[in-house]
Write a protein that binds this ligand. Structure first.
Ligand SMILES: *[C@@H]1O[C@H](CO)[C@@H](O)[C@H](O)[C@H]1NC(C)=O
Ligand SMILES: *[C@@H]1O[C@H](CO)[C@@H](O)[C@H](O)[C@H]1NC(C)=O
Ligand SMILES: *[C@@H]1O[C@H](CO)[C@@H](O)[C@H](O)[C@H]1NC(C)=O
Ligand SMILES: *[C@@H]1O[C@H](CO)[C@@H](O)[C@H](O)[C@H]1NC(C)=O
Length: 421
């Protein structure tokens, strides 16, 4: 037996309080500029890809017209480098007049006219990470009111150019300031990522009370190494992270980079599957104008999105970690259903992994059915101790949606799990 069975510590979310703005009862979905478009402000030579109102209007059009919105992808989010280098004469933040000639309020109206929501970015410090005007403690109220007056629906508050004591005061202050505007504005806090992401520096109870989501760990980059590092960090620290999540308060392992350049097809499927297991926000950072059909197909997988958006909002856990390079992740879902992701960090060849629900700690002695989330293949009449085999490609996943299946009343014995296509 080369598998190490990890203790299943807390499967049910604790009843901790969450930020009381009624928003994001399931993990938010949408699009965020940063990973793909960074701080590209060179509109003279790269007008289609620079940070400008055109980019966000293009993405809003794609979200609205290409089937994304109906699936739940509703936020269009600005990141750093949108602002002018100076505040205006009243001390207000203003958008760069060349790149956002219509202003953020007009952009919000445009996005709203498409049935979508607009997110914006600020930084609790002297400057943003990209060197644009930051939000000092004295400016928290003003900036919250400015964003509300523009009709913004979400704020990501970064933490460059400040220190721990400023953050400890400023993040709760901004949460209050957003509430005081009277406009429901979802609040994304980068705070824990600057404090190492773990107690005692990070208080997840407090975060759940003041933020809707928070970044715990390093920025994602366009590489498998980066995605793998994030998954492993989440697995390693799940006893701290998993109970922190719940409706209205989510751990954010950062953007989906599917559709860019760094991930293979298998790795793209892995990121999407693990982000759904982790109850993670699904903010794509890619170019929806040019995305391939096969990448869009992964991001638009309905069963996967249903798993991500499960109303119980319980974050999944790594339940097995084998010396063979296989991890098994599981998320408890509503209506006695559950999702498993069998994830291979092997680098040799497709791996045949044989298991049973009993070995996966599913204790109810019922008959279940399972559906492969990506291939659609189904396995009926799965009893507690029925052995089945999944074939996991290197750096890939097999993801199963498992549901009680007594009603199927199949007489035949289940076949071995078919090889994946
Ligand atoms: C502000 O907070 C109160 C109490 O926590 C809550 O009832 C209300 O909905 C919040 N308003 C907004 C706009 O977030
Ligand atoms: C943190 O930054 C604030 C504002 O710049 C400054 O007043 C304070 O002394 C700093 N605290 C520490 C511990 O460096
Ligand atoms: C964490 O925050 C909560 C809620 O604000 C508070 O009650 C608790 O004392 C804090 N825990 C620590 C260890 O500071
Ligand atoms: C992404 O790259 C940055 C800069 O090289 C690095 O600091 C960060 O740790 C990387 N992120 C991950 C998740 O590996």
């Amino acid at each position: 037996m080369e598998l190490l069975v990890l203790p299943v510590v807390v499967l049910l979310a604790s009843c901790a309080l969450s930020l009381d703005n009624g928003l994001m009862r399931t993990p938010p979905m949408g699009w965020l500029a940063w990973e793909r478009f960074r701080c590209n402000i060179d509109c003279a030579t790269d007008p289609k890809n620079c940070i400008s109102e055109r980019l966000f209007m293009d993405m809003a059009d794609r979200l609205a017209e290409d089937g994304w919105k109906e699936l739940g992808y509703q936020y269009v989010n600005i990141d750093d480098c949108w602002a002018a280098k100076e505040r205006d004469s009243q001390g207000q933040l203003v958008a760069d007049p060349h790149r956002f000639p219509s202003g953020i309020k007009a952009l919000a109206q445009y996005v709203h006219s498409k049935g979508l929501k607009l997110g914006i970015y600020a930084d609790l410090g002297k400057f943003t990470c990209g060197g644009y005007p930051g939000t000092t403690l004295d400016e928290v109220d003003l900036d919250a009111r400015t964003f509300a007056s523009w009709g913004v629906d979400m704020l990501k508050l970064d933490g460059c150019y400040s220190n721990s004591s400023v953050k400890a005061v400023g993040y709760p202050l901004m949460s209050k300031a957003l509430n005081a505007t009277g406009r429901p504005i979802a609040f994304s806090c980068s705070w824990p990522a600057y404090e190492g992401g773990l107690p005692p520096q990070v208080n997840y109870t407090l975060l759940g009370e003041i933020c809707n989501l928070w970044r715990n760990y390093a920025d994602i980059n366009d590489s498998w190494e980066s995605v793998r590092g994030i998954i492993n960090w989440y697995g390693e620290h799940q006893d701290v992270l998993q109970p922190a999540a719940g409706p209205g308060r989510w751990n954010d392992p950062d953007m989906l980079i599917i559709g860019n350049f760094g991930l293979s097809k298998e790795q793209s499927k892995t990121q999407m599957a693990l982000w759904a297991i982790l109850a993670a926000p699904l903010f794509m950072s890619n170019d929806l104008r040019t995305i391939s059909r096969s990448d869009a197909y992964i991001l638009q997988n309905k069963l996967l999105i249903k798993i991500s958006q499960d109303p119980l909002g319980i974050q999944g856990r790594m339940i097995l970690k084998g010396k063979n390079g296989i991890q098994v992740w599981m998320r408890v879902l509503s209506s006695s259903t559950m999702a498993f992701a069998f994830f291979s960090q092997r680098t040799d060849m497709p791996y045949h992994y044989t298991t049973s629900l009993a070995q996966l700690n599913v204790t109810a002695p019922k008959v279940f059915s399972a559906q492969d989330v990506y291939s659609g293949l189904a396995l009926h009449g799965l009893e507690f101790d029925t052995k089945f085999t999944v074939t996991i490609n290197p750096s890939g996943v097999v993801m199963l949606y498992v549901y009680p299946g007594e009603q199927l009343k199949l007489n035949r014995k289940p076949k071995a799990y078919p090889l994946l296509l």
